[in-house]
Design a protein around this ligand. Structure first.
Ligand code: NAD
Length: 330
């Protein structure tokens, strides 16, 4: 049987790189594109092209000759990043998403998966720490979080209209805080689990007594391990369900609890110093009724296990940096 040819855009990024590895294990022919190669290990993609996907000509090049496109490229980061660079994020991500989808259509791509975000959910439904898990229809009336969330919501609609108008099989998944090894852990774009692993690793290895936590640490989220994420993405692409559909853990924890779990893994007990920082919404959790029903998907890796794997990797990164006498950016 001929190999299915697929494009993964954003293949130099965290989830994109994990997805390429899984697709290669399953026998696909994979083209990866990104502004950069994966930072921590080489990509196993059959072809890896450095392309700025804001540009139409690059999107045409990227989507040539493939049956499926996993559209993961985005200008993104953790709260500190997405709550600050609104103009840049909206401009870049609108161009990336619009040009990638249109190029896929022009090149006859059959199946297309767009990675949306829990940031599409309205801020007014996330004002308490102990909130009701968010169902897909809760996205309306719309008031997404930040410019980042607005672009995701608009592109969800673009996917729906392309499916209805042109027959391209679009699928939309809404991620809820994915984490795992091989993701950014310093520099300003890292998300809460990686940032906390770094802070705890630095404190442990340097013998410090405390770490800083943004806000009172009582803000809540759910966190999903990257292997479960990749499983969910593949399962959605194989289904005939257009989405949007939640993908995430439905176990809600506070940032303080997240820090406690990581400290337990690290074998340290540090004081939490609460400082000013970007916080995002007060509480958020995923309602997984739809994803269980439609895809039979449930996260398999517990938060503790996922954090243990992630912490071990990040502590190794921190240790290597300290051994080399090089600074840590964060
Ligand atoms: P990531 O930042 O690690 O990966 C995104 C990749 O896109 C990066 O490697 C980046 O270089 C690339 N990119 C940015 N601008 C580009 C451009 N102009 N041309 C080509 N490539 C460009 O992020 P991730 O966590 O792997 O996220 C993947 C996708 O999932 C993104 O669309 C993101 O918005 C979405 N998402 C992720 C999460 C999460 O928790 N990680 C949550 C919600 C949604």
């Amino acid at each position: 049987m001929a190999q299915t040819k697929v494009l993964v855009s954003g293949a130099g990024g965290f989830i994109g790189h994990h997805l390429v590895k899984r697709l290669k294990r399953e026998g696909y022919w994979v083209r990866g594109t990104d502004l950069k190669y994966p930072e921590y290990e080489p990509s196993p993609a059959d072809e890896f092209e450095i392309l700025d996907m804001r540009r139409w000509d690059n999107c045409l090049q990227a989507t040539r000759g493939v049956e499926e496109t996993f559209a993961l490229a985005a200008d993104m980061g953790g709260m500190g990043f997405i709550s600050k660079f609104h103009a840049q994020i909206l401009h870049n991500n609108l161009l990336i998403s619009t040009h990638t989808l249109e190029a896929a259509r022009v090149n006859g791509v059959k199946r297309y998966l767009f990675t949306s975000s829990a940031c599409v959910y309205p801020e007014y439904k996330q004002t308490e720490t102990n909130i009701k898990p968010l169902k897909e229809e809760d996205a309306y009336p719309a008031q997404p979080q930040d410019a980042y969330g607005w672009e995701k919501l608009v592109t969800e609609h673009l996917c729906q209209h392309y499916r209805e108008t042109y027959g391209i099989e679009t699928h939309v998944v809404r991620f809820h805080n994915m984490f795992g090894p091989l993701g950014k852990w310093e520099g300003g774009r890292e998300k809460a689990p990686a940032a906390l692993c770094r802070k705890i690793a630095v404190a442990k290895l340097k013998g410090e007594k405390s770490i800083e936590i943004w806000g009172d640490g009582e803000q809540t989220r759910s966190f999903c391990y990257v292997d479960d994420t990749v499983e969910g993405i593949l399962s959605l692409m194989r289904s005939d369900f257009p989405g949007p559909i939640n993908l995430g853990q439905d176990r809600m924890v506070s940032i303080n609890e997240l820090a406690d779990i990581i400290m337990k893994t690290a074998g340290v007990k540090l004081e939490k110093k609460h400082v000013a920082g970007a916080l995002g919404v007060r509480g958020r959790n995923s309602d997984n009724t739809l994803v269980k029903k439609v895809l039979g998907w449930e996260p398999k890796v517990s938060l503790e296990e996922g954090l243990a794997r992630t912490y071990t990797w990040i502590e190794g990164q921190v240790q290597a940096r300290l051994d080399a006498g090089k600074p840590i950016d964060g």
